[in-house]
Design a protein. Structure first.
Length: 225
């Protein structure tokens, strides 16, 4: 990965992007990630994950701590979605590696931004990605996997009350498709639960998109390690 042509202070960009999110200032948020990030030489994937992903993580913590309202969280996420879409257009992905990953939010999970960000990051890292979005019924997910035969499935659950849905989805996929298909789980609902992936028979649990990319490479591209 090439180094930025000019030093980029990701911590400073993240702090200012977060302020723009909370203010609902989409133009300023876009200016920060494009003019002060990508156009100063930072790879778009680094800006997406070191600025947008981390700022959005802080938004989630602020909401969980009752320091911002649900409306504030929705406003901030809408800003992040616009910025992520622009970064995706500016990005130069790595050459295709021939592996396909299906990314979906489990049934009942309406917060699709973390999964969308992960899907974009995986595609920029060279994977072919099928992103199914929020609240994907398990039956439909199973049918699509059988039809498209992806090399790996990544499932997302953000809200803790959707953890049972995540557990049920993994178990049903295993019962229907067997043990050969690698399954990764991720999202806020999985954080802090030691051994969850092993208990479910999943191949890993990603704390963020960087970890998801690393695990996908380890599982699907062992020669690249």
């Amino acid at each position: 990965m090439a180094s930025p042509a000019h030093p980029v202070d990701f911590a400073d960009l993240r702090a200012r992007f977060l302020r723009a999110q909370l203010a609902g200032d989409r133009r300023e948020a876009l200016r920060i990630v494009t003019d002060e990030g990508v156009r100063r030489g930072a790879p778009a994937i680094d800006v997406a994950l070191s600025v947008i992903q981390e700022a959005q993580r802080e938004i989630g913590q602020l909401w969980q701590d009752n320091r911002i309202s649900v409306a504030d969280e929705h406003l901030a996420t809408a800003v992040a979605q616009v910025a992520l879409a622009h970064l995706y257009q500016l990005a130069t992905p790595l050459p295709p590696n021939g592996k396909t990953i299906l990314v979906a939010c489990v049934e009942g999970e309406l917060h699709d931004f973390p999964a969308r960000l992960a899907a974009d990051a995986l595609e920029l890292a060279g994977f072919s990605v099928r992103f199914l979005g929020a609240d994907v019924p398990t039956e439909g997910l199973t049918r699509m996997i059988a039809k498209d035969a992806p090399d790996l499935v990544a499932l997302s659950a953000t809200m803790s009350f959707n953890l049972p849905s995540l557990i049920d989805t993994v178990r049903k996929l295993r019962a229907s498709l067997g043990d050969k298909l690698p399954i990764l789980i991720g999202g806020r609902a999985c954080q802090g639960i030691e051994g969850l992936a092993e208990e479910l028979g999943a191949e890993g649990a990603g704390g963020d998109a960087w970890e998801l990319i690393a695990t996908a490479r380890r599982l699907l591209l062992p020669e690249a390690r």
